[in-house]
Design a protein around this ligand. Structure first.
Ligand code: PMP
Length: 436
């Protein structure tokens, strides 16, 4: 990070025009962010000319890495035919057909431009369908930047309250009080406490949102008994069970929901289904999705979006998902398993109190000897997060490995055991070097 670096110079300009010098808080780094120049496959090159292995894949959004040739070719062809029409197009129908074939619970789909919008549309659809206002979400979980979905995102020991009744902590100063009032917070995977919390507001809840492998809760999969208990509760109480699979859709051919004995009423999607372009979608039961249907005499939920289902995203997403077939999913998940077992071996050899959680092609490391099972266990104190930052900087600047800032990796199908070896060897050096 030499003072004269290109990134520093660029950041000095950025500070004067972008709030905080960045467009996304996730790229912010002290003392300044490093800037990308180009990327190809599973490698990304910065503006100093340094190439790194990319285990972040644009925050889990790239399932085939960068500039995947079949996506590039299809998009170039589509670019020549137009990028956004006022009219609907054939490709959105074909892509919707593809997604509906993949997943049992999908009967109808609406595309959006981001995961945030997808979650918002899903919450609004649940309210319109049930005619109820409240929602429930897991403590600490991230579901994008819609006010209601943001509640409890910053839950920490100073504000999270008793575990029997976790606080509905608003994200920002200025969030209307009504928002927190209408969002119940439940402790993930804790059946007894969750049902007691839901029972207290029974009759008023539109939906219970579940991320089947919530990143900020510790990247621990929801267990089947928990999912089933919530599902049964929603059946008894006229509410919907909705899944946020914006990240987790990569876990299996039919998303993380594939492995459960009950299926969600609605699902929000995003990230990988855009093939590298901005995207989101809400999918689910035909009768619920009718709230969006303009045939309905009393249309419940007018929902649009200038760039929703634009042909570039639809083309890229469809191509990416076609290539993410059952064989590709299996191969990718096996590579992730190999990575996790190599990392566990490195942890043992370096003799450090680190554990690993994850599912499918994603995994996360925690600076604690046993894997966390709750948000409160996964929560990082300032001291712990400072060490995580040091480890990430070591990996980034010394080992030339880019990871997600939660100390997580999201693999892509273009990776091979070679990249996994570089990751694990780098981690070994990082653990040994930074051992207290
Ligand atoms: N839900 C989950 C689980 C997410 O992780 C994210 C983004 N990381 C979102 C929703 C929001 O998606 P987007 O950033 O595309 O708005």
């Amino acid at each position: 990070m030499a003072k004269s670096s290109n990134s520093e110079k660029l950041y000095r300009k950025a500070e004067k025009v972008l709030a905080g010098g960045v467009s996304r808080n996730t790229v912010f780094r002290q003392p300044y962010p490093n800037y990308a120049n180009s990327a190809s496959g599973c490698y990304i090159t910065d503006i100093e000319g340094i190439e790194r292995i990319d285990f972040a894949n644009n925050m889990a959004a790239l399932i085939h890495g960068h500039s995947f040739p079949p996506v590039v070719d299809a998009v170039i062809e589509q670019l020549r035919k137009g990028t956004a029409y006022t009219l609907a197009s054939e490709i959105e129908v074909a892509f919707a057909q593809h997604l509906i074939k993949r997943v049992k619970s999908f009967e109808r789909i609406r595309f959006t431009n981001s995961g945030t919008e997808a979650v918002m549309a899903m919450i609004k659809a649940s309210r319109a369908f049930t005619e109820k206002a409240k929602i429930a979400k897991a403590e600490g979980s991230y579901h994008g930047t819609y006010d209601f979905a943001e509640v409890s995102q910053t839950a920490n020991p100073s504000n999270w309250g008793k575990i029997d009744r976790p606080s509905s902590v608003p994200l920002a100063h200025g969030t209307p009080v009504g928002v927190s009032k209408d969002v119940l917070i439940y402790p993930y995977n804790d059946i007894e406490r969750t049902l007691a919390i839901l029972d207290r507001q029974a009759g008023q809840i539109a939906c219970v949102i579940i991320d089947p492998v919530p990143h900020r809760v510790g990247l621990v999969p929801g267990n089947d008994d928990f999912i089933r208990a919530v599902y049964d509760w929603t059946r008894r109480n006229g509410a919907l069970m909705v899944f946020d699979e914006v990240v987790t859709f990569r876990v299996n051919y039919g998303g993380a929901q594939q492995k459960y004995t009950v299926q969600p009423d609605l699902t929000s999607l995003g990230k990988i289904i855009g093939g590298g372009f901005p995207v989101g979608a809400v999918a689910g039961r035909a009768d619920v999705m009718k709230v969006f249907d303009p045939h309905e005499k009393s249309l419940l939920l007018p929902y649009s979006g200038t760039f929703s289902a634009n042909p570039i995203t639809m083309t890229a997403g469809y191509k990416a998902m076609e290539y993410f077939d059952k064989t590709a999913v299996k191969k990718l998940n096996a590579l992730a398993q190999k990575a996790v077992s190599q990392i566990r071996e490195v942890i043992r050899l370096a003799d450090v109190p680190v554990s690993v959680t994850g599912a499918g092609s994603m995994f996360r490391m925690h600076l604690r000897p046993t894997p966390p099972t709750t948000y409160r266990e996964a929560y990082q104190s300032k001291e712990v997060s400072d060490v995580v930052k040091e480890l990430l900087d070591f990996m980034y600047y010394k080992e030339n490995v880019l990871m997600i800032n939660t100390f997580s990796c999201m693999l892509s199908t273009v990776m091979t055991p070679k990249e996994i070896d570089r990751l694990t060897e780098g981690l070994h050096r990082a653990f040994v070097e930074l051992k207290p």
